[in-house]
Design a protein. Structure first.
Length: 189
C-alpha cells in the first residue's frame, strides 16, 4: 500500500501541474483586455531605438525618434519602447513604427530591417521605390499578403526606422507612411 501511495501522489501532482499550465494562461489572456490609449491627431510619440550608436559614443548621439500621430488613433501597448503600434478608430488602418540605432551602411541595413517582419511570418519585399520625406531617406516595400499593406525602411543619420501600414488601400497606407516620416525627427532619448 505504501508503495502505491508514493507512485500515485507524484502522478496526481504532475497531472495537476499540467492542467494548470494548460488552463490558466488562456483564462488570464481572455480576462486581461488589450491595453490601448487614445491618441489625438498630431500627438507627439517618442520611441527609443535599439542598437549601439549612442551607447558606444558614435558621432551621432540620436538614439530615438519622435513622430506625430497622423490621425485620431489608438496606441496599443507593446512592452517594447522601440515600437509604436497605432490603429485607427474605425479599425480599418494600422500603422507600426519601429526604430533602431547604429546604422552605418544603409544599403546593408535595409534588408536586415525587414527581418523582424519576416520572423513574424509577414511576407514583405522591396518594390523598387524610394522614399525621401522629411529627414528620412530610404526604400519602399510591400506586404503583398495584407490588404493595403505597404512599408518603408529609412534612415536619418545613424537612426533607422521601419514603418508599416495596412488597411483599406495601398494609397491610404502610403499616405500614412509619408505622414509618419514627414513628421519624424531623430533625437536623443
Amino acid at each position: 500500500m505504501v508503495r502505491l501511495v508514493h507512485s500515485v501522489v507524484p502522478a496526481i501532482g504532475a497531472v495537476g501541474a499540467l492542467a494548470v499550465a494548460l488552463v490558466v494562461p488562456p483564462l488570464l489572456s481572455s480576462a486581461v483586455p488589450v491595453r490601448e490609449t487614445e491618441v489625438a491627431a498630431g500627438t507627439s510619440i517618442k520611441i527609443i531605438a535599439t542598437g549601439i550608436g549612442a551607447v558606444h559614443g558614435a558621432a551621432n548621439p540620436a538614439n530615438a525618434m519622435v513622430f506625430r500621430a497622423p490621425e485620431q488613433m489608438r496606441r496599443r501597448a507593446t512592452g517594447d519602447e522601440s515600437i509604436a503600434v497605432l490603429t485607427s478608430d474605425s479599425g480599418d488602418q494600422r500603422v507600426s513604427v519601429s526604430v533602431v540605432d547604429g546604422i552605418t551602411d544603409f544599403a546593408t541595413a535595409a534588408p536586415r530591417m525587414l527581418l523582424p517582419l519576416r520572423a513574424a511570418g509577414v511576407t514583405v519585399r522591396f518594390d523598387g521605390g524610394a522614399v525621401d520625406v522629411g529627414d528620412f531617406h530610404g526604400l519602399t516595400c510591400v506586404l503583398p499578403d495584407t490588404t493595403g499593406g505597404v512599408c518603408a525602411v529609412a534612415s536619418s543619420g545613424d537612426v533607422g526606422v521601419t514603418v508599416t501600414a495596412t488597411g483599406t488601400t495601398r494609397e491610404a497606407g502610403l499616405r500614412m507612411v509619408a505622414d509618419v516620416l514627414n513628421s519624424s525627427k531623430a533625437v536623443e532619448a
